[in-house]
Design a protein around this ligand. Structure first.
Ligand code: NAD
Ligand code: TYD
Length: 351
């Protein structure tokens, strides 16, 4: 069936992979990519599919309810996949309100617009909200987050995502909108903005800059290749049960310091540098306040119900990711010029 799908945040890291996958896999759908092009949005991420007949880009802000209303009418939007968000924990600690506006108010604006346009028959439409495992808070040494783990967000970012998840749930319960939510672990891969751990460290290794590890470096994250997240989103969008939540994760836990050492080793090999050269640049710096100790996802439900599992190992994914950054110097230069320098200094100097 033909669909006109609004994908929000499609010019960002994960959104660009989702847009590309849908544009390539579903020539019968129209993919409308709505993005405000904040510092994290970059149309270079989608240069390869920009002129495809089933793709449209609209520069708009999800805080602009009138514009959303007009776009739903103009494109006859049948479904939403909502990724637009402020996404970086460190920025949320500095400016929590930005996260309240985009992640909470923006999501409610979208829900209201969908509600207005789809009320005649909610069953014909789907609102898919993309969320994070960070809403569950922090784990101890053992255990995994499941879909029934109680929410316990610790950062302004995760609190704002948790609130948006609750609104999506409420629109299903109250208005019977056909919603679905997924909560994914940390992603990595091409087009990742170099404020997050892996791309920031790749960039710093290339520049021979210090590698700033927060606290004792023993924090654990569960890493998933971004293209496997996009594949999961495709499956859940088409086959996920209405009103349900799916956890997505790589069963791939790494302590930050071990991951950083592996990255240093691989980069030294690829760059023809002496082994140990990059590792010597590791610098322990002041910890992030409220830093969650450990995240780890139990993705059994998604595997059991929809047959999803990661398609690449961490070693393969990391290798592909490093190669992508080495071959896309121009992309990296563009995103790290201008405002990025100011961000980097304000976040990392004197820390
Ligand atoms: P990102 O920061 O790379 O991209 C966010 C995109 O949203 C950008 O293109 C930005 O321009 C756009 N945007 C921001 N505010 C907007 C607004 N008010 N109106 C319209 N567009 C706006 O983020 P990402 O890492 O690609 O994450 C995408 C989604 O996935 C987010 O909802 C995030 O919470 C979720 N998520 C991310 C991860 C991860 O590891 N990166 C893991 C799980 C879930
Ligand atoms: P990040 O990529 O910001 O993702 P999140 O906080 O959403 O999990 O950080 C991943 C881990 O790496 C987290 O434990 C914080 C740590 N980290 C550093 O040690 N140094 C850094 O410069 C950054 C950006 C993160």
């Amino acid at each position: 069936m033909a669909k006109q799908i609004l994908i929000t945040g499609g010019a960002g890291f994960i959104g660009s992979h989702v847009v590309r996958l849908f544009v390539n896999n579903y020539p019968g759908y129209t993919i409308v990519n709505l993005d405000a092009l904040t510092y994290a949005g970059n149309l270079e991420n989608l240069a390869d599919i920009a002129s495809r007949p089933n793709y449209r880009f609209v520069k708009a802000n999800i805080l602009d309810a009138d514009r959303l209303d007009q776009l739903f009418t103009e494109y006859g939007i049948t479904d939403v996949i909502h990724l637009a968000a402020e996404s970086h924990v460190d920025r949320s600690i500095v400016s929590p309100l930005d996260f309240v506006y985009t992640n909470i108010v923006g999501t409610v604006n979208l829900l209201n617009t969908a509600r207005k346009h789809w009320a005649a028959d909610y069953a014909k439409h789907r609102f898919y909200h993309i969320s994070t495992d960070e809403v569950y808070g922090s784990l101890g040494e053992k255990g995994l987050f499941t879909e029934t783990t109680a929410y316990a967000p610790n950062s302004p970012y995760s609190a704002s995502k948790a609130a948006s998840d609750h609104f999506v749930r409420a629109y299903h319960e109250t208005y019977h909108m056909h919603t679905v939510v997924s909560n994914c672990s940390n992603n990595y891969g091409p087009y990742h903005f170099p404020e997050k751990l892996i791309p920031l460290f790749i960039h710093n290794i290339l520049q021979r800059k210090p590698l700033p590890v927060y606290g004792d470096g023993l924090y654990t994250r569960d890493w998933l290749y971004v293209k496997d997240h996009a594949r999961a989103i495709d499956l859940i969008f088409h086959q996920g049960n209405v009103g349900e939540t799916y956890n997505i994760g790589g069963f791939n836990e790494w302590k930050n310091i071990d991951l950083v050492k592996l990255l240093c080793k691989l980069m030294d090999q690829k760059l023809g540098r002496k082994q140990g050269e990059s590792e010597a640049m590791i610098t322990y710096i002041k910890d992030r306040p409220g830093h969650d100790r450990r995240y780890a996802i139990d993705a059994t439900k998604l595997n059991r119900e929809l047959g999803w599992k990661p398609s690449v190992t961490f070693e393969e994914g990391l290798d592909e990711t490093i190669d992508w950054y080495l071959n896309n110097n121009e992309w990296l230069e563009h995103v790290t010029s201008g405002a990025y320098q100011h961000y980097y200094e304000s976040m990392y100097e004197n820390r």
